[in-house]
Design a protein around this ligand. Structure first.
Ligand code: E4P
Length: 220
């Protein structure tokens, strides 16, 4: 499974990239707003992310018509070779995805909550399909069960182009474990979750005892 960071925070992206485990970044309007982002700085901010992470970096469109989404998508795609245009699932979004696909621009179709939404996204030409896990859990549904259905359904078909499923709206290390067991291609995770993935109390305890014993060796 590949790990993407779900953030617009430059320092977090830089640190995760330095660990050698970062394959991509996903952003959305909420995440950019959380960083105090201004409209005038949006494109420069995405370019900076693309410099920090050479993998796919999703920047989201906010237009509601096919033509608006395509225009925004073309502007975003021109920012850097690794930009992926993130488009919400809706009829105009599907139509825009088809146009962008025909222009050779890669799309991450977001806000996927059902199997048909994911299949339609892939059929329209999306290179990435993002089913949301945590938002299902938030309304007392089983987000991981929904993710498993989506992964299975997408993997049942050859869409004529590569399609990868991104487990999105990840809230915990356990979500990542379950996404990995399902065989999901990618998990996009908040930095707090990524940091948790590295940790285990037995690792800390083991390291502590190894270092204490090495002190004895050094002093012998
Ligand atoms: C997907 O790419 C979204 O940016 C993200 O995963 C949404 O997560 P949230 O439900 O925590 O807002």
């Amino acid at each position: 499974m590949k790990f993407f960071l779900d953030t617009a925070n430059l320092a977090d992206i830089e640190e995760a990239a330095s660990w050698g485990v970062l394959s991509g970044v996903t952003t959305n309007p909420t995440l950019y707003s959380r960083e105090g982002g201004k409209l005038a700085d949006f494109h420069a901010h995405l370019q900076r992310i693309c410099e920090l992470c050479p993998g796919p970096v999703s920047g989201e469109t906010v237009g509601l018509t096919r033509d608006e989404i395509v225009r925004e998508g073309e502007e975003l795609a021109a920012l850097a070779p690794n930009i992926i245009v993130k488009v919400p699932v809706m009829p105009e979004g599907l139509a825009a995805t088809k146009c962008l696909f025909d222009k050779g621009i890669k799309v991450n179709m977001t806000l996927c909550f059902t199997v048909p939404q994911a299949l339609l996204a892939a059929r329209a030409g999306a290179s990435y399909v993002s089913p949301f896990v945590g938002r299902f859990d938030d309304i007392s549904e089983d987000g991981i069960a929904h993710l498993a259905e989506t992964v299975q359904a997408v993997n049942n078909y050859d869409f004529g182009h590569d399609v990868e499923v991104i487990a999105a709206s990840i809230r915990s290390a356990n979500h990542v474990v379950q996404a990995g067991l399902i065989g999901c291609d990618i998990a996009t995770v908040p930095f707090a979750v990524l940091k948790n993935l590295v940790k285990h109390p037995l690792t800390d305890r083991g390291l502590e005892s190894f270092l204490a014993d090495w002190e004895k060796v050094k002093n012998s």
